[in-house]
Design a protein around this ligand. Structure first.
Ligand code: RNT
Ligand code: ZN
Length: 421
């Protein structure tokens, strides 16, 4: 067990060290407390959901691993989320998918509406958290040859258009009931394994389908849509209808949010470099924080360079108020609850580290062409005692410090997860 007195001593010293640079650690702690992450429910059950859990996962995404304790029911998933959230400092949101509707009737995706998410809204009220939404356009027989909203068949498109419209009702319901804006994130898998003849018409069909879904106006204080593009998926390597440029243009021309998933780009591309190019034109961003290992592998997020670049950019460019930070990874080789905790805490650490910098002074140095100072200070900052400030954040928010939370996980495995199989 980490001793409180040691945390406090270390924090006082760290605070003094940062103050020498003109950085106010208390201010950073207060700022971090205001940032809600959108925790993805699907890490808890390998994206099975409750509507058709035996259907194979499609859309070119995949989960590997068979760690015991997977959540199989709404009560199991919410219990696991509750455990995970208790180990992540601060109050957050949870993102759902159509797949996670809770109903005892036999319902198809296009029939799922707000009434089938009452279970989640009641739970969110208890937890005092917000909910975000994602319409599900995969793992269903109506995905025909990898096509949904851009399908050449009107009947297929109409089916998925209905799913999209329903998701907006659901997201609006979340916003109304929980008193905080619900982001409704659209990602579709549509594309071709091999080189298409016609790259234009599928994109025109997607455009038309989206416009139809979004025709109805909702109060944006309750719900707003975000659109998520992709470079490729497994089995959809040659052409993705909803490419980045397509959705970038769509988001700007239709006043939607643009979703940037950290795994959806060429491995050497720095996604953080896109924020400042989009923001002057766009309404805001949704992020899917993820860790691609050589490809869009959706590994659990860790405090690495790619993550730090994302959070540093958001902090330095003042983009936090227009950015919704969601998580999107799935790993079943480790404890699924721990995966949430590791990924969320890493994201918060990266945010905090970004805040603990003399940003105004560095901007001034840059304006004065003093690139030496810029490089020297940012390098020195990397070994400043940021860990002590993070520990203090955990302490102040009543969550376990350091590796102490692992004890809770081991206990939860013993009491709950390992009893499931
Ligand atoms: C897929 C997208 C999408 C999904 C979730 C489950 O490549 O990243 O966000 O991961 O909807
Ligand atoms: Zn994503």
């Amino acid at each position: 067990m980490v001793k409180t007195e040691n945390i406090e001593k270390a924090y006082e010293t760290a605070k003094a060290r940062y103050a020498e640079l003109g950085v106010d650690t208390d201010k950073a702690l207060a700022q971090l407390k205001n940032i809600k992450l959108s925790i993805h429910c699907w890490q808890g059950d390998d994206i099975h959901g409750f509507l058709n859990p035996n259907q194979e996962l499609t859309g070119g995404i995949g989960v590997s691993g068979d760690y015991p304790g997977i959540a199989r029911t709404p009560d199991e998933l919410t219990a696991d989320l509750h455990e995970g959230l208790s180990l992540i400092p601060g109050k957050h949101k949870v993102q759902l998918h159509t797949l996670y509707a809770v109903t005892d009737k036999k319902k198809d995706f296009n029939e799922i509406g707000p009434e089938d998410f009452k279970y989640w809204v009641d739970w969110a009220k208890e937890e005092q958290i917000g909910l975000d939404m994602n319409p599900t356009f995969f793992s269903h027989p109506k995905v025909k040859h990898n096509f949904t909203l851009a399908s050449p068949e009107k009947e297929i498109r109409d089916y998925w258009i209905q799913v999209g419209k329903k998701s907006r009702e659901i997201s609006n319901y979340f916003g109304q009931e929980l008193g905080q804006k619900s982001i409704n994130n659209f990602w579709i898998p549509d594309g071709f394994k091999d080189n298409p003849i016609d790259k234009q018409t599928p994109r025109l069909r997607l455009l038309e389908s989206l416009d139809e879904i979004f025709a109805k106006k909702y109060d944006e204080n309750n719900t707003i849509e975000a659109v998520e593009g992709k470079l490729f998926g497994t089995g959809i390597e040659s052409y993705t209808v909803g490419s980045h440029l397509f959705y970038n243009n769509y988001a700007i021309s239709r006043g939607k949010l643009w979703t940037i998933d950290a795994g959806h780009w060429h491995p050497t591309e720095d996604v953080s470099d896109k924020f400042s190019a989009f923001m002057p034109f766009g309404k805001g961003l949704m992020l899917h924080v993820s860790r691609p290992v050589r490809w869009d592998s959706d590994h659990v997020v860790i405090l690495d360079d790619a993550l730090s670049r994302i959070t540093r950019t958001l902090v330095r460019d003042n983009e936090l108020s227009k950015t919704n930070i969601g998580l999107d990874f799935f790993d079943a080789t480790i404890d699924r609850v721990a995966a949430w905790v590791i990924g969320a805490r890493a994201t918060q650490k990266a945010l905090l580290q970004a805040m603990l910098a003399p940003i105004a002074a560095l901007k001034k140095a840059e304006l004065n062409y003093d690139f030496t100072t810029r490089l020297a200070v940012t390098e020195e900052l990397k070994s400043y005692p940021f860990g002590a400030v993070w520990d203090e954040f955990c302490l102040q928010n009543g969550t376990p410090v350091g590796t102490d939370w692992l004890e809770n996980i081991h206990q939860y495995e013993k009491d709950v997860l390992f009893k499931r199989n």
